[in-house]
Design a protein around this ligand. Structure first.
Ligand SMILES: [Zn+2]
Length: 115
């Protein structure tokens, strides 16, 4: 499962950060995940639940912020919510756009216990 290996690398990064701060426990982890990141939110949630066993994150509260993708039309300048990469501009029908957000997959914050 794609999401499982993503969950593993998120945990690895989080644990590395926590160790840098000499923390022994991670209490909270917040992730930003864009709707166009290719991640299944439900699958990621489930994968994280399984993957945290025996890690510093075992009892952490994990929150996933869903970042709705936004695009900027390069023809008319309209900004709009986009669900699929090939969606046309709702104002002028143009197919060319820049993504403003929606592809992110990152750790937004981490709350740890420092002894
Ligand atoms: Zn447009």
């Amino acid at each position: 499962m794609h999401e499982f290996s993503i969950a593993m690398s998120i945990i690895e990064i989080a644990e590395a950060e926590a160790r840098k701060a000499d923390a022994s426990v991670i209490n909270e982890l917040v992730l930003d995940v864009g709707t166009l990141s290719g991640i299944e939110f439900y699958a990621l949630d489930t994968a994280l639940e399984m993957a945290v066993k025996n890690t510093l994150l075992e009892n952490a509260r994990i929150m996933i912020n869903k970042i709705r993708a936004r695009a900027h039309c390069t023809d008319c300048g309209e900004e709009y919510d986009i669900e699929h990469v090939f969606d046309a501009c709702p104002k002028c029908g143009g197919l060319y756009h820049e993504l403003l957000c929606g592809k992110e997959l990152q750790i937004k914050s981490l709350v740890v216990d420092v002894p």
